[in-house]
Design a protein around this ligand. Structure first.
Ligand code: SF4
Length: 369
């Protein structure tokens, strides 16, 4: 049942905001998802979860977060780790620059601030890789600072509640963004800023989704001016590309040790995913059917990659692949701990060469963040 309340024109603005806050917070207490980072309130745990959640869906983050926190339970443990180990545990989340900045910031805090994260959003923003969103999330959830978080979910919820179109052309976008931030600050419950921010994001992720919002069960339906999808700018169309990679596996040698796979490290000067390990790229993605091991789709930003994986004998690798970085025959157990690209990890798992991650059953299937 939706929580119903009146937001009539005759009511003063303060009373409307009080009803809005009560309704959303009551809904959040009853319906929030049981996510692992919500069981901790220390700023380090919140920081890691918020960085992982930037541009990555909750369902993908849950397992990665658990593994990351099991290996690096404290900021000091993270600061002392090697970058390769941090990137390996980040594998599958994408946007590896986030992991590098998180690691560097942890080292900075460990060395210069005695291992304690600053307690205000303004101070947090001075750390490498911490922007307005992450600083506000940590400061409000861990320290109770009354600062509003504005991510894509919150923007959408506010636009719909206020009846604003999200056009984004001719400077409208910047003006709208300022209006949204102002409105987010007005509606924020200063006494429960952490819960309020999480409730707004939760509503956007579970009910007020980009498509098919669940207005009939929304706690804020009575005061919403849109009650459905709002006007948004057209998205740039997806582009398709076909690429190919070679899967080259050596049978186990006599004695201890298992199979080894040929991997290549992307050069450090590459703008995208520098230093990560991947399968050797084929010069020509066209593959004879008898050598086609699998085809899969892998989306990065606006590009849909249709990826052909070709099984090759090592004698033919030099002729059929384009080498751009150092290559290494890597035992599979070691490959699992390397910073692999998301695509390489996906292929090795589908080929049953790496174990698949555990399936998280308590996380909801639907999230739109
Ligand atoms: S009523 Fe619908 S559009 Fe409005 S906030 Fe709720 S889910 Fe979003």
């Amino acid at each position: 049942m939706p929580y119903s309340f009146s937001m009539g024109k005759q009511e003063p603005e303060g009373a409307k905001i009080a009803v809005l806050r009560d309704s959303l917070l009551q809904w959040y207490v009853e319906h929030r998802r049981d996510l692992p980072w919500r069981r901790r309130t220390d700023p380090y745990a919140i920081w890691v979860s918020e960085v992982m959640l930037l541009q990555t869906r909750v369902a993908v983050v849950v397992d990665r977060y658990r593994e990351f926190m099991a290996r690096f339970p404290t900021l000091i443990a993270l600061a002392l780790a090697s970058e390769d180990e941090v990137l390996a545990l980040w594998s599958g989340l994408g946007y590896y620059r986030r992991a590098r900045l998180l690691h560097r910031a942890a080292q900075f805090v460990a060395e210069r601030l005695g291992g304690n994260l600053p307690a205000s959003a303004a101070q947090l923003r001075a750390l490498p890789g911490i922007g307005a969103y992450t600083a506000a999330a940590i400061a409000s959830i861990a320290y109770g600072e009354p600062v509003a978080v504005v991510d894509g979910n919150v923007e959408r919820v506010i636009c719909r509640l206020a009846g604003w179109a999200a056009g984004g052309r001719n400077g409208e976008g910047a003006r709208l963004r300022r209006k949204i931030e102002q409105r987010a600050g007005q509606w924020l419950d200063p006494a429960r800023s952490g819960d309020w921010n999480q409730a707004m994001m939760e509503l956007g992720a579970t009910l007020c989704t980009p498509r098919n919002p669940q207005c009939l069960v929304c706690p804020l339906a009575a005061c919403c001016r849109t009650r459905g999808e709002h006007e948004t700018a057209a998205r740039p169309p997806m582009v398709s590309r076909t690429v190919g990679y070679a899967l080259v596996v050596r049978a186990p040698a006599p004695g201890p040790g298992g199979r080894v796979v040929l991997l290549e490290q992307r050069p450090a000067e590459q703008p995208v995913m520098p230093g990560l390990w991947e399968l050797p790229a084929l010069i020509d993605a066209e593959t004879p059917p008898e050598e086609l091991r699998m085809t899969l789709r892998h989306a990065i930003l606006q590009v849909n990659y249709f990826v052909r994986i070709r099984t090759l004998h090592e004698d033919r690798v030099e002729a059929l692949t384009a080498k751009s970085g150092q290559r290494r025959w890597t035992p599979l157990d070691e490959a699992a701990r390397l910073p692999l690209t998301g695509l390489a990890r996906k292929v090795l798992m589908r080929a049953h060469l790496l174990p698949a991650p555990r399936i998280e059953t308590s996380a909801p299937a639907q999230d739109a963040d």
